[in-house]
Design a protein around this ligand. Structure first.
Ligand code: SF4
Length: 290
């Protein structure tokens, strides 16, 4: 279901694709770790306590079945307009998320331009592929099949408009990548190559000095240290370096937190708090005459 969240840069979170443990039907979430930033993944910690109780690794993926949470999708139609962090308990572009479920979720998001859907990934190469698939939807028979499946399921809950493939990255679908270390910096180029209109970068948990970061083509920047009992060191100079680059290009900057046991602690940089958001332009969907 969609839930209010303490994450300051959004209003709520939603996980329409979930997982069920094959052995006993226990439900929860799943993902696999792909970068240093994943080491103390809070979603895994939640899943170990309240979900399938399986760790986030490849072996666990074999032990679960994905399912779509129709109630969560249906609920999106009833909510007041807000920012929604999609798939915060997994990575939407993990290959363990069935393409049909991804397509279903996409159709629902496209159908709700009153919301802002924030989609954050550590797998921008798949986001790029997804962008291309949408752009070539009419040529891809496989994808057309998936799209039909998506329409078939989602029409039960909402008046699904006849969206066109070009709208895959409508203004209200923001795409972000996570960057924690220099090893992740190539994600910036992949993000720039995606056709999403609003692109953001979450430098969180920021684990080292990234040097000079090229932020051209980025619409929003978030920084933050790690929180929790196992938090790794954070130096505010690392975030200040990114702030300087963002300032040069007049990119809105949001510093979520420094290092602290709880999320949101020590959120000042040089004594100042930075909580900026991008200016949002809404799409206007026009029905084509039939
Ligand atoms: S990609 Fe995200 S959800 Fe998945 S393991 Fe890494 S931090 Fe956790």
């Amino acid at each position: 279901m969609t839930q209010k969240t303490a994450i300051e840069w959004t209003d709520s979170s939603c996980n329409p694709v979930r997982f069920k443990r094959k052995s006993d039907g226990k439900t929860g979430w799943a993902c696999t770790k792909v970068a240093a930033g994943c080491k103390f993944c809070y979603a895994e910690a939640m899943n170990l306590r309240f979900g399938t109780q399986l760790p986030y690794n490849v072996q666990s993926i074999d032990k679960v079945d994905a399912f779509i949470d129709f109630k969560a999708l249906a609920q999106l139609y009833k909510l007041e307009p807000q920012k929604i962090f999609m798939f915060n308990m997994t990575d939407v572009f993990g290959d363990f998320i069935p393409a049909t479920y991804l397509a279903m979720t996409w159709m629902v998001m496209l159908d709700l331009p009153q919301h802002t859907f924030q989609i954050l990934t550590k797998r921008p190469e798949k986001a790029l592929l997804w962008s291309k698939i949408f752009a070539r939807a009419r040529e891809s028979r496989l994808y057309e099949y998936e799209l039909e499946q998506a329409k078939m399921y989602t029409k039960v809950y909402g008046a699904l408009n006849n969206h066109k493939a070009e709208y895959a990255w409508a203004n209200h679908l923001w795409l972000g990548v996570s960057i924690a270390t220099r090893d992740d910096l190539h994600n910036l180029d992949l993000l720039r190559a995606c056709s999403a209109k609003y692109k953001f970068v979450s430098f969180e948990p920021l684990l080292e000095d990234l040097g000079k970061v090229d932020l051209h083509g980025i619409n929003w920047v978030i920084t933050g240290g790690e929180s929790g009992p196992n938090r790794r060191p954070f130096d505010e100079k690392w975030a200040l370096g990114i702030l300087a680059e963002a300032d040069k290009l007049e990119i809105p900057f949001f510093h979520k937190q420094g290092s602290g046991f709880k999320p949101g602690q020590n959120d000042a940089l040089n004594g100042l708090r930075y909580k900026e958001f991008p200016v949002v332009y809404r799409d206007c969907f026009v029905e084509e005459p039939t």
